[in-house]
Design a protein around this ligand. Structure first.
Ligand code: ATP
Length: 229
């Protein structure tokens, strides 16, 4: 089976995430997508994140209606792992999450990492980035302000192709596959979903309605729990 792994802070999960996951599901014939909220310890945070439990709950609510979308505790901090002690409150490298997930997969399963172009722009700085490209194929989605034409340039230097190879991808919208030695990237062009978690947090703080970015159960959860005030 083709399996998707979709990591993020998901603070909160929104329609942009769901659009990416649906497009990847169809494009790569994925049988299942794990939504993995990241456990980011306080000293690693650029801005304070909502507790893991809230972010996980919102992912569970947002994915409830889609059979193939599975909320995942792969990066849960120790105390929220429902009594099962797994590890401490350490940062999770994606490569470690991939290895952990692979332990539960069949050898015939194939793993696809779902990611937006803003996050992929930093991929070369990720821990064991080259190994990550060997372990899974990537599905990279365009996002307003970030061009898919930059996908090849964002690769770790050892995997970066010569400029001629990537010329076709400089024509927008990029929607093809980029296949290089040790790298397979499926490009999802414009998802037409400008939602961002930052905009949602700002709207919630200003008491504005959230229905434009979120489905009702998540918007209602944010209201009930008083998040982002
Ligand atoms: P923030 O505004 O807090 O930075 P975010 O909206 O980018 O949050 P994340 O949880 O950081 O949400 O995103 C998880 C993944 O989903 C990232 O790979 C990101 O690039 C991708 N993503 C988020 N929103 C969109 C969108 N509207 N279109 C395409 N990809 C998206």
């Amino acid at each position: 089976m083709n399996i998707g792994l979709f990591g993020g802070t998901f603070d909160p999960v929104h329609r942009g995430h769901l659009a990416l996951a649906r497009a990847a599901l169809e494009r790569c014939k994925l049988g299942r997508i794990y939504f993995v909220p990241a456990n980011v310890p306080p000293h690693k945070q650029r801005q304070p994140l909502s507790p893991f439990l809230h972010r996980f709950t919102m992912v569970a609510l947002a994915t409830a209606e889609e059979k193939a979308f599975v909320p995942s505790l792969l990066e849960a901090p120790e105390e929220t792992e429902f009594g099962r002690k797994v590890r401490g409150d350490k940062p999770n490298y994606t490569i470690d999450t991939v290895r952990r997930l692979k332990q539960s997969l069949k050898s015939s399963d194939k793993l696809f990492l779902l990611i937006g172009m803003d996050a992929f722009a930093d991929i070369a700085t990720w821990h064991e980035a080259e190994v990550l490209f060997r372990e899974c194929e990537f599905v990279v989605a365009g996002r307003p302000g970030y061009s898919l034409a930059d996908v090849a340039n964002a690769l770790p230097e050892s995997l970066r192709p010569r400029a001629e190879v990537t010329k076709p991808f400089h024509k927008q919208p990029a929607t093809g596959d980029l296949v290089l030695p040790g790298v397979t990237i499926h490009l999802l062009g414009d998802l037409k979903q400008p939602a961002s978690a930052t905009a949602i947090r700002e709207a919630a703080a200003a008491g504005k309605p959230l229905g434009r970015f979120l489905d009702a159960p998540v918007a209602e959860y944010i209201r009930k729990m008083g998040l982002y005030k």
